[in-house]
Design a protein around this ligand. Structure first.
Ligand SMILES: Nc1ncnc2c1ncn2[C@@H]1O[C@H](COP(=O)(O)OP(=O)(O)OP(=O)(O)O)[C@@H](O)[C@H]1O
Length: 379
């Protein structure tokens, strides 16, 4: 847990004084990622750097795991937290293994322990240890270097990670991928993370909570849903943008919007006439064809008319498979692109997890707005 309690930072004195952080109070709960968001100069990095005492607090208190950071040894405090920054800061003359091992070495781990930890970490960030451990940073792409930066931050298995625009220097496609990988990793590791970003899309994607700052002040601290659906003031609503409903599509996961128990399923081995009869009786415009609990394709009444064979052979294939964890935005994009209004959804093993339709997407968004209105009424 990280508690910011009336934290103020003033750089300089007299006329030149700049208040970078102004009386900021909020708490990052254990295992949560809080993204610090706001325009350039609003104090995000300063707050992050005060957390591990790279900057001193002018007034107020920062507590980590319940302890006032000012009462802790600064060096120990720093070593107890992972720190990942945009410019990566890898040592060019050290190998990848050497770079990752910096903190464990300072903590006095033995060689064997460090070696196996380095390999484990490289595996975690999807870099093959055999290939990368003895290379030098200049021999890696920007995205690979950033993965090494993440591995280094995690090296001594800290409970807390501080990340300052960690994926800011990577091109958008690779950034998206590395964000996905990091989310999967965090799903397992459950670190407590303070994460600086100036990108609303990244914040929505990565955050459990978003802290929005303006001129050093905390304007809103809340879940991404609440920030999008209930911005505290005009500054926040302008910052999140007019396309809030579209951003919600990126936030909602398919598993939250899908039908986990669809009734329009037929087995691949069933005969066309029987399926057609059933679809007409139940007025189903489309049925999903399943084999061994995996989606095979879809059939509709027109396709089955005058056919005698099995639906598994007659089914039209789906051009894409959607995963339950993917954002609803991807489902909508697939529907628009292929002109199909319903898709099967699979779990990580490729088994059918449910189905998603255009109407369900619309309903999920309307439900979110409805929840929001209910809460507003209670308040
Ligand atoms: N060492 C310093 N000395 C004087 N002023 C500073 C110092 N560091 C930061 N500031 C000022 O404090 C304010 C907040 O800076 P900070 O770097 O925390 O903002 P930021 O939100 O992280 O910005 P960016 O997104 O551009 O990195 C700015 O006005 C900045 O000029």
């Amino acid at each position: 847990m990280i508690e910011y309690d009336s934290v103020t930072k003033i750089f300089g004195i007299g006329k030149k004084a700049v208040t970078a952080t102004d009386n900021v109070t909020f708490t990052i709960a254990d295992g949560e990622t809080a993204v610090f968001l706001g325009p350039s100069g609003c104090g995000k990095t300063t707050l992050l750097r005060m957390t591990n005492r790279l900057e001193a607090v002018t007034r107020g208190t920062i507590r980590v795991m319940g302890r006032d950071t000012m009462e802790m040894d600064a060096q120990k405090l720093r070593l107890s937290m992972g720190y990942v920054i945009q410019q990566i800061g890898l040592f060019p003359n050290k190998t990848i293994a050497g770079n990752i091992a910096v903190v464990p070495r300072m903590l006095g781990w033995d060689r064997g322990e460090i070696r196996s930890r380095v390999d484990e970490l490289l595996g975690m960030v999807n870099l093959d240890p055999e290939i990368y451990r003895d290379r030098y940073p200049a021999e890696l792409s920007g995205g690979q270097q950033q993965r090494v930066g993440v591995a280094r931050g995690l090296a001594a298995n800290p409970d807390i990670l501080l990340m300052d625009e960690p994926f800011g220097a990577i091109d958008p496609i690779n950034r998206d991928q590395i964000q996905d990988e990091f989310l999967r990793l965090q799903g397992k590791l459950k670190k407590t993370i303070a994460f600086v970003s100036h990108d609303i899309h990244e914040a929505i994607k990565m955050a459990d909570k978003i802290a929005i700052f303006k001129d050093g002040r905390l304007v809103q601290f809340d879940t991404p849903e609440a920030i999008l659906m209930r911005p505290a003031n005009k500054f926040v609503s302008d910052f999140v943008g007019a396309d809030r409903a579209l951003k919600v599509l990126g936030l909602l996961r398919i598993r939250d919007a899908m039908n986990p128990e669809p009734r329009n399923l037929v087995q691949a081995g069933e005969d066309a006439p029987g399926v057609l009869k059933m679809m007409e009786a139940q007025n189903l415009p489309l049925a999903f064809v399943i084999k061994d609990n995996r989606p095979v394709g879809y059939v509709h009444p027109k396709l089955l008319k005058y056919e005698q064979g099995r639906v598994g052979e007659l089914a039209e294939k789906f051009p894409e498979t959607l995963g339950a964890r993917e954002p609803v935005r991807d489902a909508l994009s697939a529907m628009l692109m292929h002109d199909i209004t319903a898709f099967p959804v699979v779990d990580d093993n490729g088994n059918l997890a449910g189905t998603i339709s255009y109407r369900q997407i619309q309903k999920s968004i309307l439900d979110l707005y409805a929840d929001d209105h209910e809460e507003s009424k209670i308040e």
